[in-house]
Design a protein around this ligand. Structure first.
Ligand SMILES: O=C(O)CCC(=O)C(=O)O
Ligand SMILES: [Fe+2]
Length: 359
């Protein structure tokens, strides 16, 4: 689909859930979900075991043991929690507080950031994707999103309100980059690659911070999904939440509830790591549920390639596989264009599978 075709004039300000009431009354059909999604909501199991990776352990003499743990977590689960990560409780608290404040502000100050155009890298939005199909259902979520690396390059595009937003978000983004790079170093080694392999494979790199705001939903039976099932298109995602549950992940064909984590970050694998690892590690299918009582907030840090980086399976992993490379090389820009143009957000990778490209 031509990208030009995806501009359309939904009144995004009217659709933002957090800025006004009764979206269900005004847009009764927009939030309905399909039968298949509705069926899957009934088959959810209670919370699951979440492997713990200690960043202290990864940086110390027990690194080889920690790398083995990391390998098992990535291979068998696709997710883990990172503890002893060095991001202070105070900074995590300040970031969540300013995030909550942001979504309590009147919209007037932020109108200039509201857009559904995914190419605007700093934006306030409510749609998951920018498809031209207006019938795609909406999610019970608003979000603010902005790039964070290099900070000096992007900070002027960030919200200026609340007045300490930029200061706190910059401190947080810097700390999160440190944690992510340490994890990526460990993950590289867990695949038998040089410690800086993945970092280098991401080119100039891209770090994006997102603040998801899921307001209480008056009719969760009508619109149970706050965010539909998807895999993240980036490489690795680290999530902080505000202590309200709602995240679910798919493991071995079953949906599982993930409880809120205190002081730890929930980390999971994205599509680019699946490609670089040549399918050794799989990106995690996940979604979020609505809640009729409490507002849920989450702050994912998405770490991935720069738009021009060419992503492909690591050659040592491709040659170790009887099938060779499982994915064709692509630029991240091309990948994202495809990701934002499809309706089923769990299938982006299929387009880039060698098996599908040589037919
Ligand atoms: O809210 C969450 O915990 C997950 C959010 C998410 O999956 C996303 O923003 O991509
Ligand atoms: Fe996600």
């Amino acid at each position: 689909m031509a990208l030009e075709a995806i501009e359309y004039s939904d009144d995004i300000q009217n659709l933002l859930l957090s800025r006004g009431h009764d979206k269900l009354a005004h847009h009764p059909n927009k939030y309905l979900i399909c039968d298949e999604e509705r069926r899957s909501l009934k088959e959810v199991s209670p919370s699951t075991y979440i492997p713990i990776i200690s960043l202290e352990e990864l940086g110390g003499r027990s690194r080889p043991v920690a790398i083995e743990k990391l390998k098992k977590a990535c291979k068998e689960h696709g997710f883990f929690q990172v503890a002893n990560h060095g991001v202070s409780e105070a900074l995590m608290g300040d970031m969540m507080e300013i995030a909550e404040e942001y979504f309590d502000m009147p919209l007037e100050d932020e109108v200039h950031l509201c857009t559904n155009d995914y190419r605007k890298r700093t934006r306030v939005c409510t749609r998951f994707c920018n498809t031209s199909n207006k019938d795609v259902h909406m999610h019970w979520r608003d979000y603010l999103r902005h790039p964070c690396y290099p900070i000096e390059y992007h900070i002027d595009s960030w919200p200026n309100n609340p007045s300490s937003y930029r200061y706190i978000a910059a401190k947080y983004a810097t700390a999160m980059r440190g944690v992510t790079l340490k994890l990526l170093g460990g993950i590289s080694e867990s695949l038998g690659l040089a410690r800086d392999y993945i970092e280098n494979a991401l080119g100039e790199q891209n770090q994006t911070m997102q603040i998801n705001c899921y307001p209480p939903c008056p009719k969760p039976e009508l619109t149970p999904l706050a965010l539909a099932a998807h895999t993240d298109p980036n490489c690795l995602t680290l999530v902080q939440d505000n202590g309200v549950s709602g995240l679910q992940i798919m493991k071995d064909g079953t949906w599982l509830d993930i409880p809120p984590l205190h002081e730890a970050f929930f980390v999971h694998i994205g599509d680019q790591l699946q490609v670089i690892s040549n399918g050794e590690y799989k990106s995690l299918v996940h979604r979020a549920m609505t809640n009729s009582v409490k507002r849920r907030m989450s702050i994912p840090t998405f770490y991935g390639p720069s738009l021009d980086a060419v992503i492909k399976p690591a050659s040592s992993l491709a040659s170790a596989n009887v099938h060779g490379p499982l994915y064709v090389p692509f630029t991240y820009r091309r990948f994202l264009d495809h990701f934002y143009s499809i309706k089923l957000y769990t299938t982006t990778l299929q387009q880039f599978e060698v098996a599908n490209c040589t037919k």
